[in-house]
Design a protein around this ligand. Structure first.
Ligand code: ATP
Length: 304
């Protein structure tokens, strides 16, 4: 798989406190990567490091194949657009003026792309309105537009829906999906709101105590969180034959256990297994919701 960002044993220490403690992660190109973790888990610290705002204490990261210790990292970092913590916008200026300033900072010779950018983030009708009079959602969208000025192919968003109302959240979600699908931008989003990320992410990194405790694709996560019946039997080969014959979806877990998906008639199954000399030892409903999955990973109180 091609990655636009990988980190290896990344550490960031503040005095005696390790905000990042050997964090290793892999962000596939083209993905929407959800970095999930409770407050203080280290999400913003990680984003500050890869954006070049801070240096790691030890460990390394690689952006588009270039290590952070390589001189070329400064050039590669131009491929990243980031909104870290609060969007970097001037409150006494309009949306258009803010984008013009960013174009100047980046040395872009003309303002040709600004109208399209304003359309993209749904701020084309704001005219002379100063950003201090914008809603939080409008400010967040403008922050994303500022991050998009250099036409990045990797967008990093730190808690982009924090504090937004439901409409604001939907607008940001739709924008993120468009940027990913239509413009093929890889997106890393940090959030402690797992349910919101679940509507977007194609990959997840669960972070806790400054390390990634699990990386998983959305397909794997959905499979792990599906409702199923966990069956323990004396002969899984016989179980496979019976389930295949009945057209039932299943997943073999071990020599004795299998997860069975969908509706099943327990009586029919038990009878068919008996004909194969296979006995059911136990049967348990298994319903791992997204939240339970997360809690099982990180333990402790509910934070996501
Ligand atoms: P949140 O969602 O609350 O922002 P987070 O996952 O983004 O959480 P970080 O902001 O990365 O967490 O902080 C990780 C830990 O590092 C926290 O305990 C925080 O207090 C600590 N920390 C962050 N920056 C500094 C700093 N400059 N000096 C000392 N400690 C810091």
């Amino acid at each position: 798989m091609d990655y636009c960002l990988t980190t290896a044993a990344l550490c960031k220490q503040y005095k005696n406190f390790k905000a990042l403690n050997g964090l290793s992660m892999h962000v596939p190109k083209g993905s929407i990567y959800g970095l999930v973790g409770r407050n203080g888990a280290g999400k913003t610290t990680l984003i500050r490091l890869i954006s070049g705002i801070q240096e790691p204490t030890s460990g390394e990261y690689t952006l588009y194949g270039v290590k952070n210790t390589d001189r070329a990292i400064y050039k590669v970092r131009r491929r990243i657009g980031a909104v870290v913590e609060t969007p970097a916008i001037y409150s006494n200026m309009t949306a258009e003026e803010n984008l013009k300033i960013q174009y100047q900072i980046l040395g872009i010779p003309n303002y040709d792309g600004i109208e399209d950018l304003l359309q993209l983030v749904d701020l084309a009708d704001c005219g002379k309105k100063k950003t201090k009079d914008f809603s939080l959602g409008m400010r967040q969208r403008l922050g994303i537009a500022v991050a998009l000025c250099g036409s990045p192919d990797f967008l990093v968003l730190d808690e982009p829906v924090n504090g937004l109302d439901p409409q604001g959240i939907i607008a940001i979600r739709e924008l993120i999906l468009r940027l990913n699908k239509e413009k093929q931008i890889t997106i890393l989003i940090s959030s402690h709101i797992l349910d919101e990320l679940a509507k977007l992410a194609t990959y997840y990194g669960f972070v806790d105590g400054g390390t990634i405790v699990k990386e998983i694709s959305d397909t794997e996560l959905n499979a792990a969180c599906r409702k199923c019946v966990r069956l323990s039997v004396t002969n899984t080969k016989a179980l496979c034959r019976v389930l295949d014959h009945m057209g039932i979806e299943y997943n073999i877990i071990s020599d004795t256990d299998a997860d069975i998906y969908g509706e099943i008639s327990v009586t029919h199954l038990a009878m068919a297994l008996a004909q194969e000399n296979c006995e059911i030892k136990s049967m348990q409903e298994h319903d791992e919701s997204l939240e339970n999955y997360y809690m099982n990973l990180v333990g402790g109180e509910k934070n996501a």
